[in-house]
Structure formats: C-alpha cells, structure tokens
Design a protein around this ligand. Structure first.
Ligand code: PBG
Length: 339
C-alpha cells in the first residue's frame, strides 16, 4: 500500500498533481474574460418602469424605493429623455390616480393619468425608445384588486376581461407601442388581441406577464402606486410553489398571441425564466421588481453589499437565465455604466 499523500501543498518545483484541464487560463486577464463572456448586458436590453402621479406639482419620493419617485408629467418627460439618452431600450408606465372607484374608471378615461402620461411619453421619446403601458386595474380600483368584483366580492375574471379590452383601446389610442398585461386574468391576451385587431391596432404589441407569482417582493410597489389593497392576490397571481404551471401560463399566452412573454419577479424565479426561455418562440422578458430593488438598496446603504457590483450581477444573472429584456428600476443608471 502506498503512503497517504501529504495534506500540505507540495513545493512549486515538484507538484503533487498536475491538472490536465485548466479553465483558469481564460480568466487570466480582463481582456480574456471580456472576450469569452457568454452573456452581455446592453442598454437596449433594459426597460425602465416609471410612475406618474395625477395632479402632482413635485415628484413624490417612494420611501421603500430610494431613488425612485412618482413623477409629475414634467419630470416624467425629463426622466424619459435621460433614459433615452443613456440608450435604454424602453420605458414602462404606471399611473397613480387621484381618485379610485370600483371599476377603475380612470383607467379608461382618455385624459386619465396613465393615458395622458403615455401620450406625453410617446410625444417626447416615442421615436427613441419603446413606450410600454401597464395594463391592469389595481392602481385604479378603490378595493385595490386587479379586476372588478362580483356580488360576492370575488374577482370576476370575464367581467374584468371587458375592462381590459376597454383599457387596451384607450392605451393603444395614445400611441403606446407595447401593452403590458399584468392582471393575470385567464384569457386576457386573447381578449385584448381580439379587440385590438378589430379596431385596427394591428401593430400594437402585447407583452404578457405570463408567469406572474403572488410574491412578497412586490411590497414596495404597493407604496409606489398608493395601493388600497387589503388581502392578497392569490386567486389570480400564481402560487410561488409552481414551476410547471408557469410554463402552462406562458404556453397559453403564446397561443393567444403574446408578442413577448414575461416572468416576474426575476431573481427568485430564474428556474422558471430558464424554462420559459427554452420553450418560447418569442422574446422573453423578466421583471426585477420593487422588492428586489429595495433589498439591494437597503443592504448597499448599510455598506453590506457593493451596490454597483450587485446591480450588475443581478441583471447579468437574469440575462444569463434567458431573459432577452430586463425591466429594472436601475435601467438608466446601469445603461450609463455600460456605455
Ligand atoms: C400590477 C403590478 C404589480 C407590479 C407590476 N404590476 C403589483 C402587483 O401585482 O401586486 C409590481 C411591480 C414591482 O413590484 O416592481 N399592476
């Protein structure tokens, strides 16, 4: 029997073991690492979510999302121009109305805060970036749910589809290029596609929030849009436990005519993202949501994480998992770093 190998490293002149494969060769210099990087992030891959608040005279900071504000129409325009100048690929607009009601009337008012904001964005930056809308009722209803309620107080799927169709027509009329259907009602993509085609909006694209989970990571967003919700969204958003169901949702949305499918949140759902990317024939997006943003900002503010490295790593990881497009509140800043 041979003697046991010594546990201490052998002297460099006479190594105990010589590896045949040496992956470290390609990590030796920044130039080599750059050359062989399998995934890249470009400003054009990024979409900036933005909030516009009705009747605001000053931008209103969102406490749990330091650096993000509810814009006035003026500051919205300015921030969109800055995003465009940084090379960001798109902006996605959410509205914060002054008044809410049971059916979310403001959402379909052509002068409502979201539709007016979309029109302003299209006029200001519509040639330079893709203007996207959030198509959902939760910002506009007094009960805070993403749809209308039936007599028993449950979210009524098919009655909600009618409201989404009306919203889609109002948003398409603003000139928005992409409608982001985030409500998680069954049939929402088919219903909206049908009404858009019927009205001649054949070029208005649909980004489907296909696999949208009932996630704790949306916490800060509730503050961002002053949401009125009591309870939860678990009868329409997906159960965090389910991977296969996410694939089913994406498959249904593709069959109904989605132009882009999305997974949301991003970082805790990279497995779902990778599988959706493997099956999708259309571009795949992922949404790095408010809680993902808040988590990194909070740790960075404490000095516990290197802010820039962490932001770059999370977005790169989302791209690596299969996202073509990443929605992130850091879009403009990250785009500037990338240039
Ligand atoms: C619904 C919607 C939400 C988000 C985007 N669209 C909130 C929710 O579903 O509860 C969350 C985005 C984020 O947390 O950054 N209109």
């Amino acid at each position: 029997e041979e003697p046991a190998r010594p546990r201490t490293a052998a002297p460099a002149t006479e190594p105990a073991y010589r590896p045949v494969d040496r992956p470290r060769r390609l990590r030796a210099t920044p130039a080599l690492r750059r050359l062989v990087a399998e995934t890249r992030v470009a400003p054009a891959d990024l979409v900036l979510p933005m909030f516009v608040r009705e009747a605001a005279t000053e931008p209103v900071p969102i406490g749990s999302m330091p650096g993000v504000v509810q814009h006035t129409t003026d500051t919205l325009r300015r921030a969109a121009v800055e995003a465009a100048e940084a090379g960001v690929g798109g902006v996605m607009l959410f509205g914060v109305p002054a008044t809410r009601d049971a059916t979310g009337t403001c959402a379909t008012d052509e002068d409502g805060v979201l539709n007016a904001g979309l029109r302003a964005l299209v006029a200001e930056v519509g040639d330079a970036v893709v203007v996207m809308s959030d198509l959902c009722l939760d910002e506009f209803t007094d009960h805070g749910h993403c749809g209308v309620l039936d007599a028993a107080g449950r979210v009524d799927n098919d009655a909600t589809l009618v409201r989404y169709q009306e919203m889609a027509l109002a948003q398409a009329a603003t000139g928005a290029h992409v409608l982001g259907l985030s409500g998680m009602m069954d049939g929402q993509v088919g219903a909206v596609r049908e009404v858009l085609e019927g009205a001649g909006y054949t070029d208005t694209a649909i980004l489907a929030y296909s696999a949208k989970y009932a996630s704790a990571f949306y916490g800060p967003f509730r503050e961002a849009v002053d949401s009125q919700l009591r309870g939860d969204r678990k009868t329409y958003q997906m159960d965090v436990a389910n991977r296969r169901e996410g694939l089913r949702e994406a498959t249904l949305d593709l069959a109904e005519g989605a132009d882009v499918v999305m997974v949301k949140p991003a970082l805790a759902y990279l497995d779902v993202l990778a599988e959706v990317a493997a099956l999708s024939e259309v571009p795949v997006a992922a949404y790095q949501v408010s809680g993902e943003y808040a988590m990194v900002e909070a740790a960075a503010a404490q000095g516990w994480l290197d802010r820039r490295r962490t932001i770059e790593e999370t977005v790169l990881s989302i791209r690596r998992a299969g996202a073509d497009v990443v929605l992130t509140y850091w879009a403009t800043e990250l785009a500037r770093w990338l240039r």
